[in-house]
Design a protein around this ligand. Structure first.
Ligand code: SF4
Length: 375
């Protein structure tokens, strides 16, 4: 089982962000931590003893806006209520603008993987995106992390936004790879409703910088990172060998996870199929009762199969078709033979002896390929 802990606070909202996060005063943050501790305790009584946690992921929002004492109290209750694998991957997302002076405490608490939201090394690009930090803040945070003993660091970068050029992106990639971080996530800008960018760019169809340009920047990123020793293991994720994110890989391999915190989703085993549920997204409701659910349903076998395929295809190793048979008792081909033949004829998919993978062209048309596996 994996555990996701949602911390829905940020010092300021970035211009593109539609995550469930935002600024909040100290008293709300304190009440939230108390509610979260209550939820973890109660959920652990339901699920905690079924197996040890293989990964723990503090995401957000920006977990590093919480105080060290608050993070410690959450961490301690997890340790008390759950069994944790000795080799568990324990990640926390930090913003270089709010992580200063905290990084060594995070290492002492037991986090062993740090995910730093950088996005770009350029001042004008960070300002355009509405980020609160500078590249110098990032460098300080990164150096503190190394000195504190973090040997597994992810850096997030963003691609394909207005003002970014091939040259400026290449400089960002060059500079962060010189630091030898173990993992890089590189997502293209997407315009989401309710964000300042939506007001500004909502009349543009597809990527704001144009489909062709977005793809050019994507493949340039892939090529540069591969040249520098990073394995392209998921559409938007790259890692030095052995440093693939175990937590996120669990999502793509459709393993079970428990999500705690505002709006957190879970996928847990249930007697008649997998249960997917989502906590309330209403802060007042969560503070009043942190077990309040917004959605809950038991997935049908067809839904589990669809998810297994389209999530698995996001990974460059693809869907493991042998494991698929063990899990569902049927072959992928017996269910989707016509779809596979058609997509293979278009050069979008490759069927190996025990895997189904996207081709490079299939990555460019990923959403279309995924849609073909939905009934
Ligand atoms: S720091 Fe992250 S979660 Fe917070 S607003 Fe920016 S992108 Fe969203």
């Amino acid at each position: 089982m994996q555990l996701y802990v949602h911390i829905p606070f940020c010092l300021r909202k970035c211009n593109y962000c539609d995550f469930l996060s935002g600024p909040a005063d100290e008293s709300v943050r304190e009440q939230y931590v108390n509610a979260l501790i209550k939820e973890i305790t109660q959920r652990a009584q339901l699920f905690g003893r079924r197996g040890a946690l293989s990964t723990i992921y503090f995401g957000g929002g920006t977990p590093s806006v919480l105080t060290v004492r608050q993070l410690e109290s959450i961490f301690n209750v997890i340790g008390k209520e759950f069994r944790i694998d000795r080799s568990a991957e324990i990640t926390i997302e930090v913003n270089p603008g709010s992580a200063r002076d905290k990084v060594h405490f995070l290492a002492n608490l037991g986090f062993n993987r740090l995910s730093i939201g950088l996005q770009s090394i350029h001042k004008s690009e960070l300002a355009f995106l509405g980020r609160i930090h500078s590249f110098e803040d990032f460098l300080e945070c990164y150096s503190d992390a190394r000195q504190s003993g973090f040997s597994n660091i992810n850096v997030d970068i963003m691609t394909a936004f207005p003002g970014q050029t091939e040259n400026s992106l290449a400089q960002t990639i060059e500079r962060i790879t010189q630091l030898e971080c173990e993992h890089i996530s590189a997502y293209s800008l997407s315009i989401e409703k309710g964000t300042p960018f939506y007001e500004r760019f909502n009349d543009i169809e597809g990527p704001v910088v144009g489909e062709e340009n977005e793809r050019k920047l994507y493949w340039m990123t892939v090529d540069m990172l591969k040249d520098r020793g990073y394995r392209h293991y998921e559409i938007s994720n790259f890692a030095k060998p052995g440093y693939e994110s175990r937590h996120n890989s669990g999502y793509w391999k459709r393993e079970y996870y428990l999500g705690v915190g505002l709006g957190a989703s879970s996928c847990i085993p249930a007697p008649t199929g997998d249960e997917r549920n989502r906590n309330t997204t209403d802060m007042a409701a969560y503070l009043a009762d942190p077990l309040t659910k917004e959605e809950s349903s038991v997935l049908t076998k067809d839904e589990m199969i669809e998810e297994t395929i389209y999530l698995g295809l996001r990974m460059m190793d693809g869907v493991d078709t042998d494991k698929f048979v063990k899990r569902f008792g049927v072959t992928v081909r017996s269910l989707y033979g016509d779809v596979i033949d058609d997509l293979a004829a278009q050069g979008l998919i490759y069927e190996g002896s025990s895997s189904l993978t996207l081709t490079d062209l299939g990555i460019d048309y990923g959403n279309y390929v995924f849609s073909r596996f939905l009934k």
